[in-house]
Design a protein around this ligand. Structure first.
Ligand SMILES: *Cc1c(COP(=O)(O)O)cnc(C)c1O
Length: 456
């Protein structure tokens, strides 16, 4: 009997196939040769395991599929029709045109990132952004790092390593993605001292815990859940007053770090960076890509003397922000300085979009999609660890899938596999598309994908 291994083609034979030659042209000979070898090895293993070897065509197909999935451009642009404005799985905040241009400029050529153009000497990548952040928050100075998690780690390591940090029991929380306040504290070398109870903590609980070993008081914004009912937390100003009396620095993890007043948009109040600084905290920590509406970044704003200590800590270099994010952040903050954030920052445009405008977009879509689609009122959410439970009245296009093969899951899957993937949400065997989170320039692609999917 012929050995089954004899049916395996040589690397040369596979490489001479037209389809594989195309791959060699598109990528490079070396990576395709490696891929061919690896697929032949896989086939050999299949035979060793007692199964039939794939025939030549199946082998080439596997090679093509592997190249297409592993070497595709990534991440691909998707259209967010979920109605969740800050969707962590979709990259949180989309950037403004100006912020995108700034990041592109910083990426395409050289820049004065760390060069002082006046003196020709080395400059600081933090000086300019520190001034901008000081301007919008009222802080004396600021430093910007990779993200808020690393900002907090850096701040605690620089100010409280080897010391005790007092945190309310109700605020020793998990933010998501495995980020837990107690773990970050431990990593920073500080010891967590929990005070109060899950629902009620008073300033005196903090005061009783202060010792000569206290490095800081840390207040954390419960950004992704809400405790209601019989609750109490001390005002930030009470903690600041307490800290001043005992010479203990107060740190405030704001989470989102909003610069606009969310109550003006019918939402609950989200702590603002300005308020935190106004209350007199030593340092406030917040994200660049939540309600600020910029790139991933962590901002530490507060007293200059503390910022200087943080900036000199070796971890500051380890969590340094890159030039593209820095450029995008500076451009985003400029929108606030110019008073144009609501028109220019995409997430604020979405938050501010009147219900009537969402409704008329939904109706326009429905008219193009035909009678498989209908329009009804619904709720958009902020998401991304901001304003838990808060919703904005909205309108959605609904595609009822109860009589479609595969139901809503199948349609949602088809939408995710459109030329531009469209991400909707599923409710009761229906696919919902919320225009609030769809950018105007995405409308045409969205309608093409949805039209194709509902006809299929
Ligand atoms: C989101 C969040 C963080 C983490 O911020 P990243 O920028 O995602 O690293 C930390 N603390 C709070 C309270 C948050 O809401």
């Amino acid at each position: 009997m012929k050995s089954p291994f004899k049916s395996l083609p040589s690397v040369e034979k596979v490489l001479s196939d037209n389809r594989v030659e195309t791959l060699v042209q598109r990528y490079s000979r070396q990576v395709v040769v490696d891929l061919v070898r690896s697929e032949i090895d896989t086939a050999r293993q299949t035979i060793l395991d007692g199964y039939a070897a794939p025939d030549f065509d199946r082998l080439v197909q596997a090679i093509e599929e592997s190249a297409e999935t592993n070497w595709r451009e990534w991440p691909v642009h998707v259209i967010n029709a979920t109605g969740v404005i800050l969707h962590t799985n979709l990259g949180r905040a989309p950037l403004s045109r100006e912020a995108t241009d700034a990041a592109r400029r910083a990426a395409l050529g050289y820049s004065d990132l760390e060069l002082d153009l006046d003196t020709g000497r080395r400059g600081s990548r933090q000086a300019h952004i520190s001034n901008l952040m000081a301007e919008v928050t009222g802080a004396e100075a600021a430093i910007v790092v990779n993200n808020n998690a690393s900002a907090l780690l850096l701040g605690l390591a620089a100010l409280a390593s080897g010391k005790e940090v007092i945190v309310s029991r109700g605020e020793a929380v998990e933010i998501g993605g495995g980020f837990r306040v107690p773990d970050v504290l431990r990593q920073s070398g500080a010891t967590l001292i929990e005070v109060g109870t899950t629902n009620r903590t008073y300033a005196r609980d903090f005061e009783e815990a202060i010792t000569e070993n206290t490095g800081a008081i840390l207040a954390v914004h419960a950004s992704n859940f809400r405790i209601t009912g019989f609750t109490h937390a001390p005002e930030l100003s009470e903690l600041v007053e307490l800290g001043a009396r005992h010479s203990v620095v107060v740190l405030h993890d704001l989470g989102s770090g909003c610069l606009l007043d969310t109550t003006a948009y019918g939402l609950a109040h989200e702590p603002m960076a300005q308020e935190s600084i106004q209350a007199g905290v030593g340092l406030g920590f917040f994200s660049g890509d939540k309600l600020l509406g910029g790139p991933q970044a962590g901002i530490i704003a507060g007293k200059r003397q503390l910022i200087d200590i943080v900036a000199r800590h070796p971890l500051a270099r380890a969590v340094r922000i890159d030039k593209m994010s820095m450029a995008a952040l500076a451009a985003t903050v400029l929108h606030y300085i110019k008073g144009e954030a609501e028109e220019k920052v995409p997430i604020w445009r979405m938050i501010a979009m009147p219900e009537g405008e969402v409704a008329s977009t939904a109706e326009r879509w429905q008219a193009k999609l035909g009678d498989q689609a209908s329009v009804e009122s619904a709720m958009s959410t902020i998401g991304g660890g901001s304003l838990p439970g808060e919703t904005i009245g909205s309108w959605v296009v609904v595609i009822d899938c109860r009589n479609r093969p595969g139901g809503a899951e199948a349609l949602a899957n088809a939408l995710r596999h459109g030329d531009t993937p469209v991400i909707g949400r599923i409710e009761d065997e229906r696919v919902l598309l919320d225009p609030r989170t769809v950018l105007p320039e995405e409308e045409e692609s969205l309608l093409a994908v949805v039209t194709d999917a509902i006809r299929a």
